[in-house]
Design a protein around this ligand. Structure first.
Ligand code: ZN
Length: 100
């Protein structure tokens, strides 16, 4: 399983309601040192949307820069809440001594 699929599994949820299908993204916020994740509704689809289209939409959520960013050092995509800066993930930042 690749990293992007892991992100989708962990941070994207699809909920089907009688009249709408909603795709949620897990938005990570920090209060002190404790991360908390809030599910934010992002995409609303018609309930007759074919399942593969729903999956496509769900997969495209991790392309959204508001919620996910690609580290310039290791090229891994991460939730924005886990990035040390806009372009650097936390593990790369730690390797570099987190000097800014
Ligand atoms: Zn990195």
């Amino acid at each position: 399983m690749n990293k992007d699929q892991e992100l989708i599994d962990e941070f994207v949820r699809v909920s089907e309601y009688p009249d709408v299908i909603v795709i949620f993204v897990g938005d990570i916020t920090w209060s002190g040192h404790e991360p908390s994740m809030k599910w934010v509704p992002l995409v609303a689809l018609s309930p007759d949307t074919p399942p593969h289209k729903v999956q496509q939409q769900a997969a495209s959520v991790i392309q959204r820069k508001r919620y996910f960013a690609v580290c310039k050092e290791c090229s891994q995509r991460n939730p924005v809440g886990w990035m040390s800066s806009v372009t650097l993930c936390q593990s790369c930042a730690e390797e570099q001594g987190a000097v800014f």
